[in-house]
Design a protein around this ligand. Structure first.
Ligand SMILES: NC(=O)C1=CN([C@@H]2O[C@H](COP(=O)(O)OP(=O)(O)OC[C@H]3O[C@@H](n4cnc5c(N)ncnc54)[C@H](O)[C@@H]3O)[C@@H](O)[C@H]2O)[C@@H](O)CC1
Ligand SMILES: Nc1ncnc2c1ncn2[C@@H]1O[C@H](COP(=O)(O)OP(=O)(O)O)[C@@H](O)[C@H]1O
Ligand SMILES: [Mg+2]
Length: 281
């Protein structure tokens, strides 16, 4: 399509910033990962780990009580704040200062959780990734679009996108609808698929990395964590989206010669993030 920028290594390099020698965890960004419900805590573990492995100095997971031991055990590097309720999130309250948020992975759509999301969006204006069930809740409450923070990064797969903006008849029509949505609410939309397109206003970026190994549970949860990690370090929303998608796809390109398409799982995406970052030096 006309005016689409292909995101290859050169384009990724334009956006990538190495970490300075005198950095410390206090200036590397603190990201909050909000999600999880009974049976879906893995999504928060994956997203939080990917966030740490993308350079965030501190990561806190905000989860329902049932996930406390799961997240603390799976990921000792992350801090945890629990909701008052056991099985799902009912209110999103915290006293820490965070630089970026990713919300929605494994969140579910209980009415209490919908309420919590409403108040959170109303009160929160920091860089934000909105994924999975947070997108689905928004789709059921379209008047809430107005509350989205400027340049929030929305990361729908095609089904989630259809719930958000309605259906389309062609690729070009889909892109035009996403551009209009981006303009109406000043958001970056990362349309996940093969390939993934990142759209902001009239600009469209087509990713060149990734393969079918990523067609596996949790690989989108990993992407939300990567983008939140970049946002927390001060990357602009569009740069975080475009670079995050590039690195995420690259992990699969790096891993497939050894692991193959069938056996690659979302944790392999995380395990190869280091090599993906190193390829930019
Ligand atoms: N280990 C975990 O805890 C996991 C939790 N997850 C969470 O589970 C919840 C449900 O996520 P789902 O995405 O499964 O639910 P959805 O109901 O949003 O999506 C599932 C439907 O969308 C279709 N779909 C998915 N990707 C598509 C694509 N690229 N093009 C067209 N159709 C597509 C599927 O075929 C299916 O019909 C989310 O909160 C998610 O974060 C998942 O991420 C899987 C792993
Ligand atoms: N065939 C494919 N080729 C390239 N990337 C893919 C392919 N299938 C899935 N992906 C990527 O994997 C991720 C899947 O995200 P998502 O559907 O949200 O998964 P989950 O919710 O299970 O974490 C997206 O980044 C998507 O672009
Ligand atoms: Mg998903």
């Amino acid at each position: 399509m006309e005016n689409t920028v292909l995101i290859d290594r050169n384009e990724a390099l334009k956006r990538f910033r190495p970490i300075s020698g005198n950095s410390h965890k206090g200036v590397q960004g603190h990201a909050l990962i909000v999600g999880g419900s009974y049976g879906k805590m893995g999504s928060v573990c994956l997203s939080s780990k990917a966030c740490l492995k993308s350079g965030a100095g501190l990561v806190t997971a905000y989860i329902p009580k049932c996930g406390y031991e799961i997240v603390q055990t799976a990921l000792p590097e992350a801090m945890v704040i629990t909701d008052d309720y056991t099985d799902h999130i009912t209110a999103i309250g915290y006293k820490i200062k965070v630089d970026a948020v990713a919300i929605g992975m494994g969140l579910g759509h209980h009415s209490d959780t919908q309420h919590a999301l409403y108040h959170f969006l109303k009160m929160t204006a920091i860089p934000m990734v909105i994924d999975a069930d947070a997108l689905n809740i928004l789709s059921e409450n379209k008047s809430w679009f107005e509350m989205l923070p400027n340049q929030a990064v929305l990361t729908p797969h095609k089904k989630e996108l259809e719930r958000l903006i309605g259906s389309w008849n062609s690729h070009d029509e889909m892109i035009e609808k996403v551009k209009a949505f981006s303009g109406d609410f000043d958001v970056v939309v990362v349309v996940k698929g093969a390939p993934t397109y990142s759209v902001y206003l009239d600009s469209v970026f087509e990713n060149t990395t990734g393969n079918q190994a990523l067609a596996t549970a949790g690989s989108g949860d990993v992407l939300s964590g990567i983008i939140a990690g970049l946002l927390s370090q001060g990357y602009a929303a569009l740069d975080a989206g475009v670079l995050g998608v590039y690195l995420h796809g690259l992990t699969a390109n790096i891993a497939v010669p050894e692991i193959g398409h069938h056996s690659f799982i979302a944790s392999d995406c995380i395990n190869n993030l280091g090599k993906a970052f190193l390829s930019l030096y």
